[in-house]
Design a protein around this ligand. Sequence first.
Ligand code: SF4
Length: 194
Amino acid sequence: MLNIAEICTGTRALGPGLRAVAWTQGCPFRCRRCVAPDWIEDRPARVMSPAELAAALLTDPDVTGLTFSGGEPMEQAAGLAETARLARRHRDLTLICFTGYRLGDLRGRPGPEVLLDEVDVLIDGRYVDVLDDDRGMRGSTNQRVHRLTDRLDGADFQTGPRRTEIRVSAERALLVGVPSGAARTAWQQVVARP
Ligand code: SF4
């Protein structure tokens, strides 16, 4: 079973085209100024099977890609790999995955390897706030973009402007994207509201 912090479908803030995003609950890292501190703790959130997650990610018929972020996706790599495989039975989807690990540290580990087999673009490395240059889809310049296939070769992950969405409902507010400094400030104002 997977432990999922949040799901968002139909976003343009985390990769090319229209995407569905799953954020995993639980991360072994403690990056300073992590954008998702509520998702670091390893506690039960939305516990669901890969089939249930795949179905949730496919609810928007116009979605052309998936993005896995966290939390730390590689802690739940086998279940996410199964999710991607199941979703791709229904639709041709690209897959972007964020991880705090380095790609070299993941190679040879059974769980991560099966997820890496599904990933088109991996953005690796921990977030370092003093190296955040407000550019691209990596949060800081130490993070690397690995193109594991050529399926997203036309996309600029390194230098393009950041896109962020703030989704507000009666139950919650959700920040989608890698935020610029201005977007972080706007987000903090949203969550500070009574
Ligand atoms: S790896 Fe990501 S989720 Fe984990 S603490 Fe760092 S920024 Fe937060």
